[in-house]
Design a protein around this ligand. Structure first.
Ligand SMILES: Nc1ncnc2c1ncn2[C@@H]1O[C@H](COP(=O)(O)OP(=O)(O)OP(=O)(O)O)[C@@H](O)[C@H]1O
Length: 294
């Protein structure tokens, strides 16, 4: 915690007290989400209402999150370390189910379908809602087999020619094909960090997801590899909905159309990205984007 945050916490009023201009000031004053968290129904890809997440020992990490995520938008999730960005992201493809002792409550719908419904198969859901992690994690297999893995698992190709086609088109969409086309049978782990991350994106794309979740996908990359991935994200938006957790406000500003600001497990503010960075409506958002804490 920075000195400014400590000072702020020490000065926190015990009761609700809007700051000048009607802005709310402190974490315990977060009573709802300001901005525009909801979309017109037809543009909504993900609908989430009343989402709470608890870890072992009933430790609550996410509090009553209500937000829509739009079709073919890039939404950036920002906020101080530990505020729950990754935890909320993992709600969207039920990755939290894989964490022992983690419990998610609330209503989350993908294209109107309850993702916790009895008929939902989490493995199929994760094919529809793919995920790219902070650290590139190619399988210890060839470049070809990394990309072919999902289509084989889900029976998406009838024969080798179809599989070749999926591998090539996924690598092309991930902006990697030209660089690796002559060494598809070499190990994916032999690529550079940025290439490995694009390979992981190709692997995700190969099963034709509708949404791609990205958890700090460039934080382990150098600025050039980061720029390549950012350009790619902008292109991928034509075909997919993208939710990205990032610690870089510059990155959020460059690549997203909407930004969601989390603080202590609560969703404080959601709005179009320009508004969040130029005219935040909540004092906590302003404090964060102006570097007063985080
Ligand atoms: N597997 C887990 N078991 C128990 N608590 C967890 C687990 N994962 C996260 N938490 C806790 O949940 C809270 C939110 O964590 P989360 O990783 O979602 O935050 P974050 O905003 O993504 O953080 P960062 O920016 O540092 O990655 C934190 O208090 C964290 O310690």
């Amino acid at each position: 915690m920075t000195e400014a945050t400590l000072n702020m916490a020490a000065a926190a009023p015990q009761t609700h007290k809007p700051a000048a201009g009607g802005r709310e000031e402190f974490a315990h004053d977060i009573t709802g989400t300001v901005g525009k968290p909801f979309l017109d129904g037809k543009d909504t890809k993900f609908f989430s209402r009343g989402v709470n997440v608890f870890y072992t020992g009933n430790k609550q990490a996410i509090f009553d999150v209500n937000v829509d995520i739009g079709r073919n938008e890039v939404i950036a999730m920002i906020g101080p370390s530990g505020c729950g960005k990754s935890t909320f992201l993992r709600c969207l493809n039920r990755m939290n189910d894989t964490i022992a002792g983690c419990r998610v409550t609330g209503d989350i719908r993908l294209d109107g379908e309850d993702i916790h419904g009895k008929e939902q198969d989490p493995v199929l859901l994760r094919a529809r809602v793919g995920m790219v992690f902070q650290k590139p994690n190619p399988f210890p297999k060839s470049i070809y087999d990394n990309v072919a893995y999902g289509p084989r698992l889900h029976g998406l190709a009838a024969n080798r020619a179809e599989l070749d086609e999926i591998v090539e088109s996924s690598l092309t969409k991930a902006g990697l094909f030209k660089e690796v086309k002559d060494r598809l049978q070499t190990p994916g782990t032999g690529l550079s960090g940025g290439q490995q991350q694009r390979l992981c994106i190709a692997r995700t794309i190969a099963v034709s997801p509708e949404v791609i979740l990205m958890d700090e996908p460039t934080s382990a990359l150098d600025p050039i590899a980061t720029a390549t991935i950012e350009e790619l994200i902008d292109e991928l938006r034509q075909s997919f909905t993208i939710c990205i957790v990032t610690h870089s406000m510059q990155q959020a500003a460059r690549i997203s159309q909407r930004t969601a600001y989390f603080h202590m497990g609560k969703l404080v503010e959601v709005n179009n990205t320009k508004t969040v960075f130029t005219n935040p409506q909540h004092q906590l958002t302003e404090n964060y984007i102006t570097g007063r804490f985080g």
